[in-house]
Design a protein around this ligand. Structure first.
Ligand SMILES: Cc1cc2nc3c(=O)[nH]c(=O)nc-3n(C[C@H](O)[C@H](O)[C@H](O)COP(=O)(O)OP(=O)(O)OC[C@H]3O[C@@H](n4cnc5c(N)ncnc54)[C@H](O)[C@@H]3O)c2cc1C
Length: 287
């Protein structure tokens, strides 16, 4: 779905979000059971992906990931890359060209019939306060961009690190997962450590200059699933939150499902993602 969705956004917004289904290579860990698990997921992919993408367990072959100790990698053709900053510019421009107003630097908004609170980890803290509960929190992530052209190589996931080649000849390396942090947007020695680990995993990137470093905060609910739907207490208000580590991937589907709920009053949102499900017992207690 994301492939078509970003292609339309790019056509309307006239900015390339850098989206491409480049696939992914993952090293199969060298431990008992790892190969069986990878093979099982391959069988599940046949059933769940319905031929739209493939998952195969194979030898490392010719790739920028060195041969892992297990001698095996997983190749999937489902994974995609996107350039987050350019994707946001593309989306904003597509909205403007479609007649939407974008007001920046204010939380006042217009006088609208409906409001969607898509306010990330700050919104989760607000929900915690409103319902006197721990519904969610922020989890900081630091990442960096290097001057490395990986051609048409698939992205890599190995040793907990994502290495993602972008369309513009740069490559991203990420990311840390920090439950406790004081500054949401600054980088520190944890990112240097991640960079060193990435170089150990993929020696080919060792001489690439660092172009940018950044940090952000992922909105994480207590059970790690999205938090979507009607605001349980405010008429005409809705919440779209809890994207956590897959918020970009899910965004097109979340956007369409929320629009359907708001404009057509029909829902295809799984029950366990709904606000009422996340807040259920607290709603009874705090009302
Ligand atoms: C390092 C890192 C790597 C990641 N990698 C991936 C990945 O590979 N794939 C993937 O799918 N996801 C990834 N994610 C997660 C993804 O970025 C998030 O899930 C996604 O950004 C969540 O989107 P959101 O719009 O819900 O919230 P956010 O992106 O947090 O945006 C919320 C916005 O609301 C604004 N706001 C807050 N309060 C108010 C208010 N009262 N009024 C108006 N505005 C307000 C905030 O300023 C912010 O701009 C990554 C995240 C990080 C940090």
């Amino acid at each position: 779905m994301a492939e078509d969705w970003w292609s339309v956004a790019s056509e309307v917004g006239k900015i390339d979000p850098g989206y491409a289904r480049i696939g992914r290579i993952q090293a199969v860990p060298n431990r008992p059971g790892a190969e069986d698990l990878a093979q099982r997921r391959g069988r599940e992919a046949v059933a769940n992906w319905k031929g739209k993408a493939e998952w195969s367990v194979t030898g490392a072959g010719d790739s920028w990931l060195p041969q892992p100790a297990s001698g095996l990698v997983v190749l999937d053709s489902l994974s995609a890359r996107i350039n987050p900053a350019r994707a946001m510019l593309c989306l904003a421009e597509a909205l403007r060209r479609s007649g939407c107003d974008i007001l920046e630097g204010t939380s006042e908004g217009g006088k609208t019939e409906f409001t969607v609170w898509a306010t990330g980890h700050e919104g989760l803290q607000q929900i915690n306060r409103d319902f006197a509960a721990e519904i969610g929190r922020g989890e900081k992530g630091q990442a960096l961009m290097i001057d490395y052209y990986a051609g048409s190589m698939p992205q890599i996931y190995s040793d907990g690190i994502h290495v993602v080649p972008h369309a513009n000849g740069t490559t991203s390396v990420g990311s840390t997962s920090e439950r406790y942090f004081t500054s949401p947007s600054t980088v520190d020695a944890k990112l240097d450590e991640l960079h060193s680990r990435a170089i150990r995993t993929i020696p080919a990137i060792r001489n690439a200059a660092v172009i940018a470093k950044w940090a952000g905060v992922r909105p994480r609910t207590a059970n790690r699933t999205p938090l979507l739907g009607r605001h349980p207490r405010r008429n005409g208000q809705f919440i779209a939150n809890g994207g956590f580590k897959t918020g970009f991937g899910f965004a097109p589907l979340v956007g369409e499902s929320m629009a359907q709920l708001i404009l057509e009053n029909t829902s295809r949102i799984p029950e366990e993602f709904l606000c009422d499900y996340h807040l259920g017992p607290r709603l009874v207690k705090s009302n």
